[in-house]
Design a binder for this molecule. Structure first.
Ligand SMILES: [Zn+2]
Length: 104
């Protein structure tokens, strides 16, 4: 038997680990989400995991975006994409399929 680490992972802990980002982003709904949230309320290890991942996500969100293209460059890219799409439409039989490109 391996030495005890003091941490006992349950199947619920595994489920929280597998869905940690969905829980943090509120992308998990229904009974599954409620069950995991009840588990987290009583599990120190899962609360610590969620807190750690929440700090990680907050740090990532603080640093992004690193760079934003200036409006003139975005307009040029948009024009080029439209021009390329028009050129492709003249020669590509698949060009009739609806495709939408969006620039932020
Ligand atoms: Zn747990």
């Amino acid at each position: 038997m391996p030495p005890s680490t003091g941490l006992v992972a349950s199947p619920a802990c595994d489920a929280v680990r597998d869905h940690v980002f969905e829980l943090l982003d509120a992308e998990l709904a229904g009974d599954a989400a409620a069950s995991l949230r009840r588990h987290v309320a009583h599990c120190d290890a899962c609360r610590a995991r969620l807190a750690h991942e929440a700090r990680f996500l907050a740090a990532v969100r603080r640093t992004a975006p690193i760079a934003v293209a200036p409006p003139a460059l975005r307009a040029r890219l948009r024009d080029e994409l439209h021009r390329t799409s028009a050129d492709d439409a003249a020669t590509d039989p698949l060009a009739e399929l609806p495709v939408r490109l969006t620039l932020a």
